[in-house]
Design a binder for this molecule. Structure first.
Ligand code: F0G
Length: 360
């Protein structure tokens, strides 16, 4: 049916935009919330503040429909699940995957079950899973425990797993690399991103390579990934039994796409390192207060990493750098309020009282 929306909204989501690079056909029942097309924001003040002589652009994935990059993978995973006739989808999550799965499952008229590590989910993400109507199970364990259970449940054949072990997720997420190249008019020299379960670094590398191979990008970037110091299995070379970090999104001790990350790092001549919670929170605050970009702590891990790389002289002058801001800061209001460094001043309701406080 011809609808008015065809006129009103030229952007119809990443599957419509990049169909020729995705495993879909004209008959595929696309499940979309019009995700993607997120801005690439120049972070000039941040670069100046750290004394950098390079260009930095933030791929602000917090502006996706459920406020994280997961929507790119979820439109594909849910579309493929629908095409196969699945009725129930399931995922383990540190919060964003569950929010996205819950929204897209609703859209697809499918039942959604999410397994979360009890007590270690940012408030906004929990709110999303509940409001979208997912069956929300908080397990007394961490993300790695939840993913193990989900994989076991997937083996029963009764549920469709929509974690990034599902290849459709990687296919969808690779479109962020396409958008970056389309927006910049070239590929960056470096791409920075946080690493948790390692699906995204795997997807970005696949995307950059594919765009390069069809000559839509002029070069291949080096991928620089960052883990939180208390949850850095790839950096340390061994699973972490009790991962811990303020950046709950990447509180993961045994990443499912470890091999994918290793390939991306090796093939792109990349780099992976860890950053402390203090460094993450400092970068988190800095990017909000220099450039007005509010991200969640996990996203800021790669900015903390950029500061360190810059200080170590690893970034040549004139480099073009992109960095994925994986999730919106409003996902985690507790961390924002605790770390802002400012508190509201409470005064009586008079002009004089306000003038006194603001120094007029
Ligand atoms: N940043 C945010 C905000 C995330 O939510 C995640 C992962 C990552 C970075 C790391 O990406 O896992 O592909 O390496 N969140 C998953 C979740 C684990 O359940 O929402 P990754």
């Amino acid at each position: 049916m011809e609808t008015a929306a065809k006129q009103l909204q030229p952007w119809k989501g990443i599957i419509n935009q990049y169909a020729r690079y995705l495993p879909v056909s004209d008959a595929t029942p696309v499940i979309t919330l019009c995700e993607g097309n997120t801005p690439l924001i120049p972070a000039t003040n941040f670069v100046e503040a750290i004394g950098g002589k390079f260009e930095l652009y933030l791929k602000y994935e917090g502006l996706n429909p459920t406020c994280s990059f997961k929507d790119r993978g979820m439109t594909m995973a849910m579309t493929m699940a629908k095409e196969r006739g699945a009725e129930v989808v399931i995922c383990a999550s540190t919060g964003n995957t569950s929010a996205s799965a819950a929204a897209y499952a609703t859209r697809a008229n499918m039942k959604c079950v999410v397994l979360l590590p009890n007590g270690n989910i940012a408030l906004g993400k929990l709110a999303q899973a509940l409001l979208y109507g997912a069956t929300t199970v908080a397990i007394e364990g961490n993300f790695d425990d939840a993913l193990r259970i989900v994989i076991e449940l997937g083996e029963t054949g009764k549920v469709e797993v929509v974690n990034s072990i599902n290849p459709a997720r990687i296919e969808g997420q690779k479109t962020a690399s396409f958008e970056i190249c389309d927006q910049l008019g070239r590929a960056p020299d470096f791409h920075f991103l946080p690493v948790g379960n390692a699906g995204n670094i795997t997807a970005y590398w696949k995307g950059f390579k594919e765009y390069y191979s069809v000559k839509k990008a002029d070069r291949l970037p080096r991928l620089f990934g960052f883990q939180a110091a208390g949850a850095a299995p790839i950096v340390d070379g061994a699973p972490v039994a009790q991962p811990n970090t303020v950046a709950t999104a990447i509180r993961i001790g045994n990443p499912a796409s470890w091999q994918g990350a290793n390939n991306a790092l090796k093939e792109s001549k990349g780099h992976i390192a860890k950053v402390t919670d203090a460094e993450i929170l400092a970068a988190y605050k800095q990017i909000a207060q220099t450039d007005g970009v509010f991200v969640e702590p996990a996203s800021a891990a790669c900015l903390a990493g950029l500061i360190k790389c810059h200080q170590a002289g690893m970034i040549p002058e004139g480099s073009v750098i992109t960095a994925t801001m994986t999730g919106h800061g409003l996902k985690d209001p507790d961390n924002a309020i605790q770390n802002a460094g400012f508190e509201p001043t409470i005064v009586e309701a008079s002009k004089e009282a306000v003038m006194k406080v603001i120094g007029l």
